[in-house]
Design a binder for this molecule. Structure first.
Ligand SMILES: CC(C)(COP(=O)(O)OP(=O)(O)OC[C@H]1O[C@@H](n2cnc3c(N)ncnc32)[C@H](O)[C@@H]1OP(=O)(O)O)[C@@H](O)C(=O)NCCC(=O)NCCS
Length: 179
């Protein structure tokens, strides 16, 4: 399919909650989504300036990688680094499969490159998500948040016929301000 032309990247600072319905496919847990919106920075790729095509939140995750924390123990290579986390990545259904989410994620890596050492993103461990983050976006599998989907969600969650238990976290190193 043809890539979309004229996609503009915008950060939304005001009225972030109006995009909650757009972001819902990324997460069944609305409480978590609201927290992401509150604590993170919301970005979208917009077609013709107004139609959101892909959106995502980026949040500072340095506290999660401070010495002694659960994530730092699971990923010692990230301990003490300036880590940001991409949360709630979604492409509107009619635009899926055209490279929009990959474009957004890579542009966000570029935006955070100066101030952060690494970007992480967590997902259910399915072959499709591995193809997307590893194959398309150049992230590498890094660590697991054990039983994340059974701990924080009511009832079992399935994706592509696989029951989700652990969250698989992918990582991409950024330049962190290095020349
Ligand atoms: C996952 C998602 C963001 C991909 O968006 P996209 O704009 O279609 O992504 P791209 O076009 O850049 O890349 C498509 C690739 O994503 C992967 N993919 C993962 N889940 C997919 C899905 N549900 N539908 C289509 N592709 C999917 C495929 O590997 C596909 O590559 P392929 O065409 O070679 O098979 C989109 O499918 C979506 O919004 N899904 C619902 C929300 C979600 O699951 N978010 C991820 C939270 S971690």
């Amino acid at each position: 399919m043809m890539p979309l032309l004229d996609l503009r990247l915008r950060r939304i600072r005001v009225g972030k909650k109006r995009f909650l319905p757009f972001l819902r496919p990324a997460d069944d847990n609305e409480t978590l989504l609201l927290r992401h919106l509150r604590e993170g920075e919301l970005y979208g790729l917009f077609l013709n300036r107004r139609q959101p095509v892909s959106m995502a939140v980026v949040a500072d995750a340095r506290a999660a990688f401070a010495a002694g924390s659960e994530d730092a123990a699971a990923a010692p290579g990230l301990a003490g680094l300036r880590v940001c986390e991409c949360l709630a990545l979604v492409t509107a259904e009619p635009f899926r499969g055209r490279g929009c989410a990959a474009q957004l994620l890579l542009r966000l890596c570029g935006l955070y490159d100066g101030d952060y050492d690494a970007m992480i993103v967590g997902t259910g461990d399915t072959p499709r998500m591995r193809r997307f983050y590893e194959g398309r976006c150049g992230f590498t599998p890094c660590f697991r948040r054990v039983n994340f989907f059974t701990r924080f969600y009511e009832g079992p969650l399935f994706e592509d016929g696989v029951q989700l238990r652990d969250m698989l976290v992918f990582c991409r190193f950024l330049r962190g301000g290095a020349a």
